[in-house]
Design a binder for this molecule. Sequence first.
Ligand SMILES: Nc1ncnc2c1ncn2[C@@H]1O[C@H](COP(=O)(O)OP(=O)(O)OP(=O)(O)O)[C@@H](O)[C@H]1O
Length: 667
Amino acid sequence: MSRFWKPGAERPQLLDDEEGGVIFFSAPSSAAGLYGYANLERQRQRLPVYKFRTAILYLVEKHATSIVVGETGSGKTTQIPQYLKEAGWAEGGRVIACTQPRRLAVQSVASRVAEEMGVKLGEEVGYTIRFEDVTNPGVTVIKFLTDGVLLREMMDDPLLTKYSVIMVDEAHERSLSTDTLFQRRRPDLRLIISSATIEAKSMSAFFSSSKKRPIQVPGDHIPEAVPAIISVEGKGFPVEIHYSEESFSNYEPAGDILVFLTGQDDIEAAVRLLMEDGQAPESRSSGLLILPLYSGLPRAEQDLVFSPTPKGKRKVIISTNIAETSLTLEGVVYVVDSGFSKQRFYNPISDIENLVVAPISKASARQRAGRAGRVRPGKCFRLYTEEYFVKEMPNEGIPEMQRSNLVSCVIQLKSLGIDNILGFDWISPPAPESMIRALEVLYSLGVLDDDAKLTTLLDPMISKMILSANEYGCSEEVITIAAVLSIQSIWVSMRGAQRELDDVKLRFAAAEGDHITYLNIYKGFLNSGKSPQWCHKNFINYQAMKKVLEIREQLIKLLKRLGMILKSCEKDTLAIRKAIVAGFFAHACRLETFGQNGMYKTLRSSQEVHIHPSSVLFRVNPKWVIYNSIVSTDRQYMRHVLAIDPSWLTEAAPHFYQLQKPYPAAY
Ligand SMILES: Nc1ncnc2c1ncn2[C@@H]1O[C@H](COP(=O)(O)OP(=O)(O)OP(=O)(O)O)[C@@H](O)[C@H]1O
């Protein structure tokens, strides 16, 4: 049985309806006129979504999943998280999360919401993107983040315990991360799926299926599993759409222009052309301020698109689909849509993944048009015909799940403990060939064992360390470390000759700790021409080093499959150490008593531990360390120890560590 909710008083009214199995909410159209707003608060109240505030809050409270569909610019992204906070969803240390497909949108929406709430960005309202965490744990209650970052958080905390509500915004983009995120959840965690251009019914059908219903725990306040759909009607400002066959004037009244092209090359070529044109005395481009926008552009250059347009000038932003969703670029009145974007396509038969220029979907075209008309009326020029738009353009793009190499996705699912991948219930199931191919590859690389379980080679902490190394530009070094860590020991066992072994170790010892020492040994081994004699002389186990070479080769193959390029950071051990911390942050310890074999306590459980005598840091006793594993003999000993700076812990795992202010005395 399903029903219509009617907004009005405190609680929406319940109406009966025939919409099979789905609770459907609708309301009368309420076109908002935003002209001449006096202040941000009034502007907030004039957004179309405001009329639906009570209804949205009511449905979120009642339902595990709510699907919010509303025109671009109706206020979904900036308002709903604030409504949730006002309604108490951030009380008791809980956090409201809102995901975006792209980093630029995360940053800009977070700044806008902080501004509307009158708070400093990074305090009550913050954001996290790769390499940048602008949140204050314990203080931040509304957090914007990319869906990829949320998926990573899920690897460390599968139930996403600190969040009360997760709003997956721009859900029509259907990235691999969002599709994966939808698979598992805590019973009381509320999910809001929002977009201007999503097929709400099919999404809802997916969440209605019994497999996706959160587990019911008796006695708990559990929301209804049947999803609610709410349609936020009403637009901001009108956007006139012009198709290419219509002739239009080249001269338009003032206003910035946002042009959607496909990729960096196209964009740079267009910028060059316009710039060259601007040199000519009578040129039409001379009053234009031409700005490229793509993800590889340095941050400072990206920020230029948000700065006010100089007087008498017109900004022309030439962008990839990085500006397609969620952004409000205040000056933009005109949007030019080429109708194409660069998309990743994977062919499981040839096992080749290509970036190709392909036509966009209607959903994307509407999003692009929605970048105009946000603070005043606008126009969108589509460089294709209306007939093409109506008859040929697909409604939605192909979900990333169905056009990607699934190797990394399978690893992520396996690390989440989801084993039955082939029989899995996806929103849009990937091609079986792609799934089988991914499993085959992982099996042949030794990442999965005979039972299709992750092998120790891909221990989650080591995997995280390697993935982070890719980001820090030190994968060459870190895979060597990973290889050494996956074998027993590289030293020849020297019972009774500890002193000699210690002397030898000094030749390679690095002040930073064992991991960097292993790199020195590996370099020495290569320089010797992988010589067994060299190993013998240095008490190094030659067989173990051969194994290290072998595992390293396997890892290189795996990284290539994952599309990663091996990079060396040369002598910058800081990058390496940070990558190690990114994987092993949970194994951090602080020195409690200094001495011959100082006593440490683990940060996580205050357990007493000591540095293993085989470590180069045995007698050094740095204040803060991380370890790879613990061996228990007469005491608990840390093996493979690295000295660290405690600030790296909060940097690598803000969700795990909160900085004490002021720093603990030992720091
Ligand atoms: N940085 C900003 N500067 C000025 N106005 C803004 C800004 N951000 C948002 N707004 C105003 O708030 C409105 C709602 O923006 P919001 O991003 O919440 O809409 P939305 O429904 O999420 O749209 P979309 O689906 O395009 O992301 C905009 O249309 C605009 O009028």
